[in-house]
Design a protein around this ligand. Structure first.
Ligand SMILES: [Zn+2]
Ligand SMILES: [Zn+2]
Length: 230
């Protein structure tokens, strides 16, 4: 089996997807970082925090996208059907540093839901795989049923940021079945990648309106914004 990034052979005893060298070279977000949004900090106000609604406590991501190995890993999880790579991604997500209150309060992990048709097509929800693997490290439950897609949305990658918001408006709702658990809770939403935070924000809004007290985000990749230092 060849590494998805560098095409060197990966030992069978390894995870079989990406070689150790490529994993060690992931373009991790540099420190110092904003305590709230986890974005590399520059002098002055934090532009990335402005993407987040006030009830979002903190956000963390492992590495930049696009980047060496990170792009191939995310692509493999999403489109290659190589679900084993989720374990390597979740391990790195589990090591991220958080404000103490987030660690104390986080009650459950909430994967970003796929539409029913896309999940059928793909056979799995990549965010759900990451959440399940991460839950074992953090020892918290995964609530797959807390939010759901109300209708199919066009693939976000085909849209401009403005179109993304319109496309998402009203597309995600909290489920009745979890309303008692969600009430008053600090929940952590899990996704593979954050770009404009539009999808995560739509999920957070649904949870907040469903009674959640506070929400945090964790992703493997984060899109570079113009001006970010490498
Ligand atoms: Zn490699
Ligand atoms: Zn910030």
């Amino acid at each position: 089996m060849a590494c998805v990034s560098c095409e060197r052979l990966v030992a069978a005893s390894d995870n079989g997807i990406v070689c150790g060298l490529c994993l060690s070279r992931l373009p991790c977000l540099p420190s110092p970082q904003c305590d709230r949004c986890g974005h590399p900090r520059r002098a002055g106000e934090c532009a990335w925090c402005e993407l987040l609604p006030p009830y979002v406590r903190a956000a963390r991501s492992v590495c930049w996208l696009p980047g060496v190995a990170s792009s191939e890993i995310v692509h493999a999880l999403k489109y290659g059907g190589w679900t084993r790579v989720a374990g390597e991604m979740a391990l790195r997500m589990s090591r991220l540093a958080w404000p103490a209150d987030v660690v104390e309060e986080r009650a459950a992990l909430i994967p970003v839901p796929l539409s029913r048709s896309r999940q059928r097509e793909r056979g799995y929800n990549q965010s759900g795989l990451l959440a399940c693997a991460l839950a074992e490290h953090w020892n918290v439950p995964v609530w797959n049923d807390a939010i759901r897609r109300c209708r199919d949305t066009r693939s976000q990658t085909e849209l401009t940021p403005g179109e993304r918001l319109g496309n998402l408006a009203g597309s995600i709702a909290a489920s009745e079945s979890r309303s008692k658990d969600v009430a008053g809770a600090h929940l952590v939403i899990v996704d593979d990648v954050v770009t404009t935070a539009a999808t995560l924000n739509a999920c957070a809004k649904a949870l907040f309106e469903g009674g959640a007290r506070i929400i945090s985000y964790v992703t493997f990749g984060r899109a570079r914004a113009s001006g970010d230092r490498l």
